[in-house]
Design a protein around this ligand. Structure first.
Ligand SMILES: [Fe+2]
Length: 95
């Protein structure tokens, strides 16, 4: 693999902060489907795809994948949709 998560974390410690918080929130909730193992599988796939692309902003890609299902952790997701609750949570977390 051309790039690893470690190499990106070393270049931008904000990525590590997002990783730690996403992991903490997912493990706290312990969802069966949209859990942190699912997020890590998606992150692995995203890094494989991105390694073949010419120009990738990993400071955007990695946090986006780490937070893509964060909305399922908000009980309001059933009423509002996980995209809406996820955007709200991600905005708070990334601030
Ligand atoms: Fe997902």
């Amino acid at each position: 693999m051309k790039y690893t998560l470690d190499s990106h974390v070393k270049q931008d410690l904000r990525i590590l902060s997002v990783y730690d918080e996403a992991r903490r929130l997912h493990e706290q909730e312990g969802l069966f489907h949209h859990n942190f193992q699912h997020v890590l599988r998606d992150l692995h796939r995203a890094l494989l795809i991105a390694a073949e692309e010419m120009s990738v902003d990993y400071g955007v890609l990695i946090p986006a994948v780490l937070l893509h299902d964060i909305g399922f952790l908000d009980p309001d997701f059933r009423r509002l949709g996980h995209d809406v609750t996820g955007a709200r949570l991600a905005q708070e977390l990334l601030a």
